[in-house]
Each structure stands twice: as structure tokens, then as C-alpha cells.
Design a protein around this ligand. Structure first.
Ligand SMILES: Nc1ncnc2c1ncn2[C@@H]1O[C@H](COP(=O)(O)OP(=O)(O)O)[C@@H](O)[C@H]1O
Ligand SMILES: [Mg+2]
Length: 207
């Protein structure tokens, strides 16, 4: 399994467009080889999800705002409360939040089929990923390798994993980068998109 992260800290530069098109292009190109592609939507804006799963709905901001953290509890207890509430709010809406919040053993539940037989997606949509990011930030332990460990559970099911990142460098982004064998940084100068390998840039900055 090869994991490709599509990254840039800025929004509107073509990450989602690239992720969606690379995923579809791989389906077209590799369909006769029986290869399977998994797209992971790691951006709370959920644009890749809207593209492949237009009906998918996750937690809305209104729903999230109904959460009332009990008064006078310490940070640890309130973090636990928010995490458990978020998991129960998600219910059957299995997405990247569930995977990152629950960790082991749930990745298969979070995978949804698309209209293309070779392409599946782990969706996310709404503002709740921001809460998940904060919860990851507040947790101790191995919070940056949750995705890496989860992907190990399905390493024989997919040949290529594409991760569409949020325009930020949060705990979820680090999860995606930690697993990626290849990082692609997207540049958009207003007229054309340039794609550069992440490691080439890290080794030779400025190119
Ligand atoms: N190659 C391109 N040429 C011109 N416009 C593009 C190109 N790729 C994407 N766009 C447009 O740029 C906007 C932002 O693209 P998007 O993929 O959503 O960016 P990001 O995911 O980085 O926020 C969209 O309106 C999209 O249609
Ligand atoms: Mg995007």
C-alpha cells in the first residue's frame, strides 16, 4: 500500500481538485489491474466527500453547539466528556472523526463505497474535525500515529491511499504525513497548478 498526502497550508490552491482527479485517474488507469484506491478526506470542509458522497452528512455546528460541558470539572474530565459526546453524536455517521477518536478496530466501519468499484472513501464533513483536532492536541500518547496504525489494519485491501488535507498544519495533518510514503505539495499561482514532491522540497528547499 502506497500512501500519498496532498498538502499545502493555504486554501484554494487545488488540493481537493488534485485529490479527486488523481483518485479518479488512478481508477481509470488501474481498473484493469484490479487495483483498489482509498481516498481519505482530512479536511473538515468535506469537499472531496461532497464530490463522491453528496448525501453524506456528519455532525453540524448547531448539533455540536448543544454540547454542555459539566461545570467545575478538570481539563481531563471535560476532554473525556467531549470525546465521548462526539462519538455518541456521530452514531452511525462513520467518518474520519470516528477513526481518529476511537482508534483501533474501526477503520473498516469508516470506509464508504463510491460509485466506482475500485474507489472507496473515508469521508468527513462539517466543523467537527476541528473539535477532533483539539481533542487530539489535548491527548497524550501516540496521537500522531493513529491513522498510520489504522491503515496497517487494511494494508492488503488497497494499493494506493490518497489523503486530501486541510489548509492547515494540525494534528490531523501530522497523522496523514506520518503515514505518507509520498507527499505532494500543491502550488497555484493563479493560472496554473504545479505539483512537487514533498521530500524533494524538504531536501532542497526553494526549488
Ligand atoms: N488547475 C486548475 N486551474 C484553475 N482552477 C482550478 C484548478 N484546480 C482547481 N481550481 C479551482 O480552484 C478552486 C480551489 O480548488 P480546491 O481544489 O478546492 O482547493 P483547496 O482544496 O486547496 O482548497 C476551485 O474553485 C477549483 O475549481
Ligand atoms: Mg480542499
Amino acid at each position: 500500500m502506497k500512501v500519498i498526502s496532498i498538502i499545502n497550508e493555504k486554501g484554494g490552491v487545488g488540493k481537493t481538485t488534485a485529490s479527486v482527479n488523481i483518485s479518479y485517474g488512478l481508477v481509470e488507469r488501474l481498473m484493469n489491474d484490479g487495483k483498489r484506491i482509498l481516498l481519505i478526506d482530512a479536511d473538515a470542509q468535506g469537499n472531496a466527500t461532497k464530490f463522491f458522497l453528496p448525501e453524506f452528512k456528519s455532525i453540524t455546528l448547531e448539533e455540536f453547539n448543544t454540547l454542555e460541558v459539566p461545570q467545575n470539572c478538570d481539563i481531563r474530565s471535560s476532554t473525556k466528556f467531549i470525546k465521548n459526546s462526539l462519538i455518541s453524536m456521530l452514531g452511525e455517521r462513520n467518518d474520519l472523526n470516528k477513526l481518529l477518536l476511537e482508534g483501533k478496530g474501526v477503520i473498516r466501519e469508516c470506509i464508504h463505497q463510491t460509485q466506482y468499484q475500485q474507489l472507496d472513501i473515508i469521508p468527513s464533513i462539517g466543523t467537527e474535525l476541528i473539535a477532533t483536532d483539539k481533542l487530539l492536541g489535548a491527548s497524550t500518547g501516540q496521537r500522531h500515529v493513529i491513522l498510520k496504525r489504522a491503515l496497517r489494519e487494511i494494508r492488503n485491501d488497497y494499493d494506493i491511499v490518497i489523503i486530501d488535507h486541510a489548509p492547515t498544519f494540525n494534528n490531523i495533518t501530522v497523522n496523514g504525513i506520518n503515514e505518507a510514503a509520498v507527499g505532494i505539495r500543491i502550488y497555484f499561482n493563479g493560472t496554473a497548478i504545479t505539483v512537487k514532491p514533498w521530500d524533494e522540497e524538504v531536501i532542497r528547499p526553494g526549488i
